[in-house]
Design a protein around this ligand. Sequence first.
Ligand code: 5AD
Ligand code: SF4
Length: 459
Amino acid sequence: MAKKLFIKTYGCQMNVYDSARMADVLRPLGYAPADSPDGADMVILNTCHIREKAAEKVYSELGRLRRLKDAKESGGDGRMVIAVAGCVAQAEGEEILARAPYVDMVFGPQTYHRLPEMVAQASRAGGAVLDVEFPVEAKFDHLPDHEGPGAASAFLSIQEGCDRFCTFCVVPYTRGSEFSRDAVAIEAEARKLVRAGAREITLLGQNVNAWHGEGTDGRNWRLGRLIRHLAEIDGLDRIRYTTSHPRDMDDELIEAHGAVDKLMPYLHLPVQSGSDRILAAMNRQHTADDYLRIVGKLRHARPDLALSSDFIVGFPGETDADFSATLRLINDVGYAGAYSFKYSARPGTPAAEMEYQLPENVSDERLAGLQQLLGEQEAAFHRTKLGAEFPVLFEKPGRKPGQVAGRSPWMQAVVVEAPETLIGRIADCRVVEVGAHSLHGEIMETSIGDESGAERICA
Ligand code: 5AD
Ligand code: SF4
């Protein structure tokens, strides 16, 4: 009988990708994914260290898991291996084992290809396994293939780590320095995903537009060239990439937004702050004007481009004037969506040592103001789509029976009344109603062809 594997994923899409690959590595050892930790033979927490709150969640979850482990093991029901993976494991490996000695395995984002050895070692008992190295061998060269049918929209990790060293950020320490996979390996994985049913691929990286590598012509490529190359894959209809740094937004990539139809008109381009003083203290290496210029060029290349961003409020030393500059930038850009966070001092980062750490209540107030404005912009963006017609990629059943849910080119959730056979396909839809979090659409007659017209359904 298959052993039950439960993986809980925190944080970013890179972790979502990593969790899926961990399941791939464990499958040959007889582990099959389960949707609850109850009675599981192995539970992996794939963790996030980006803000204090994210890291704290791990310890409270571990407390709950300990009770499940005790119940299983004292009931004579075999062992429950508990593993902590991801960025908290990388940053706090020893501390996790000291605070939660019932944890059996701790491993970072760069070593999960070694899971078979770790599992063997953990089963020999005699203490926990800790592997938080940055190994010389590339993890990607040691991962098995994905198996079975995949989702209509898939993630593909092409770049990891970061050399930008924003002063607030732990990523350069937990994920290590920048690494780009080869174009050949990326293309091969993209083709496999498409064969397994993916119509959309999101290229992932902590600083994805810093990607560079040897292309199939032997030349050094950057991301714009890679996207043009992947766009030639038949059956792949949509390409996205995330997360980008404004400084790595080169002209070739900007041009790709105009030239490659398959590159979707939605871009997550974090700016963090609109104040040049704070941007400098964050070591972002660009000004607010630089950012606006890049946005201008992108919109020139692709007029229907929608943008989203990350913002941090309450960075050390942020004044009311700095915060107003952020609100001004938001008004100048007009975002379709955004994530905003209260600054969280992370151990080991330069900003944690800076003077003038702000009181909570000031940050709370600014965050509320920022989110109000961003919420209004997001709602206004959704409203512009009322009555609009565009292709939707359907990914899953809707919440109500008889509905299917998909995504617009701008990442909006779209719900329509249609049979589940639409899942995995792209159909033209018209928006009939705009809700707070999703658009309600109807399938356009012209997109429902006969059998031979199945491809007509594609965008
Ligand atoms: N405090 C608050 N937000 C942070 N982020 C990264 N580090 C911190 C921190 N120390 C945010 C940034 C980044 C997103 C992934 O998380 O906005 O873009
Ligand atoms: Fe962190 Fe800055 Fe690198 Fe993004 S670009 S991962 S915020 S250091």
